[in-house]
Design a protein around this ligand. Sequence first.
Ligand code: TYD
Ligand code: MG
Length: 466
Amino acid sequence: MGRSKTAFVCRSCGAESPRWQGQCAQCGEWNTLEDAGSGASRTAGRGSRAPAARAVALLGAGADPGIGPGDHPSSASAAPAGRTPSGSAELDRVLGGGIVAGSVTLLGGDPGIGKSTLLLQVAAQVAAGTPVLYATGEESAAQVGARAARLGLAPGGLQIAPEAELPRILTAAREMRVGLLVIDSIQTVFSPDLEAGAGGVAQLRECAAVLVRFAKDSGTPVFIIGHVTREGTIAGPKVLEHLVDTVLYFESDAGSRHRIVRATKNRFGPVGELAFFAMMETGLREVANPSAIFLARPSTIAPGSLVTVAREGGRPLLVEIQGLVDPMRFGNPRRVAQGLDATRLAMLLAVLHRHGGLSLQDHDVFANVVGGLALRETASDLPLLLTLASSLRDRPLPATLVAFGEVGLTGEVRPVAYGEERLREAAKQGFRQALVAEDNLPRKPIEGLTVRGVSRLADAVDYAFG
Ligand code: TYD
Ligand code: MG
């Protein structure tokens, strides 16, 4: 057993520090540093077997409707060799083609977003072919059973263990020879070998490390649920990201019933893939046409709104961007960006002033991506600036217009990758005009779509309001 090194770890972001500090140097949170080394070496009992957790088979339920919409043929989830289908084509894609044997996947998200619902659906699906253990320290077996019944899940070989003690969970998993283990949640399980309480950084890391070892030794895939915590009383999933193979996060608007799951790390597939679901009475359902989520626009378009074609998770996606400018009343002008990079917004405002002839230095500026999606690419530069110009002039942009393009510091409009694919998606969704960088003009005309290429921001503003 190696010497346990004394280090402190931030509960919030997982940053390490050799000594205790009041404020985390990485994320700036206060009072989040916690001793991560203490007790980490007290795992002498690792070899001896703990008694098995008492697992309860799920009883009775109707036919299993699965996660995919029944009428959507592509949702039949099929996985390549060595991978188990999760029951959802969307989730399989995010995982890189199904669940990999021996892999450990962390599913993070706000409390109440749907983590337990999604993994219970997956567990039931996988349990049709192999025993599955769903260990929960959050709810009783009766509660989980009631939920499964409400979701209409066929129990198959699914066993629920209302258990928080990790060694007992693993003994049960070994005895059952499970094909999948779900831990709900990492913040409630604990290893009795450690003195530290459940939910602390030391417990979280130790339990995750034990789960990783179990997955690798047995070849069993493991899903770990982790609540994202704001108040900092318990450690968040960030602390575990480096230990696991795949990290998935729920990313959504609290108010919407749509749920987006993003892969932020994946040893077995592409990073950045997105899966789209809707939370229904009967659990999470795949959304076959995600663009539709973001395009529920009223029939009359107000100033400050424009649709762009983002490319997120390997496919084009139509998203509405909104901009609002309002005369500043006092102090410094506010720049608020939701779903967009605030630093980039500030830079683009300077470009708009110098090269678009519009000054917003006496205005508060608010920018928003509708639907709770976070856009990470520069293709939203041009549409964002057009929404701000539209709000400032109080003139709406055409409802059938889409725009995308990067805007550079000299006021040039630059092409973005996958231009034609984006344009075809816009045409498919019924848009009639597109405003893009000259170098993004399609080689062949796209039916139903008039594409205008511009090289300067000022030309784009003229065209949009011309
Ligand atoms: P849950 O999966 O318990 O969230 P988490 O595990 O991430 O904390 O989901 C909880 C919310 O989802 C709860 O507010 C109720 C809602 N919900 C539905 O709308 N339909 C359903 O079929 C289920 C199971 C939950
Ligand atoms: Mg839950």
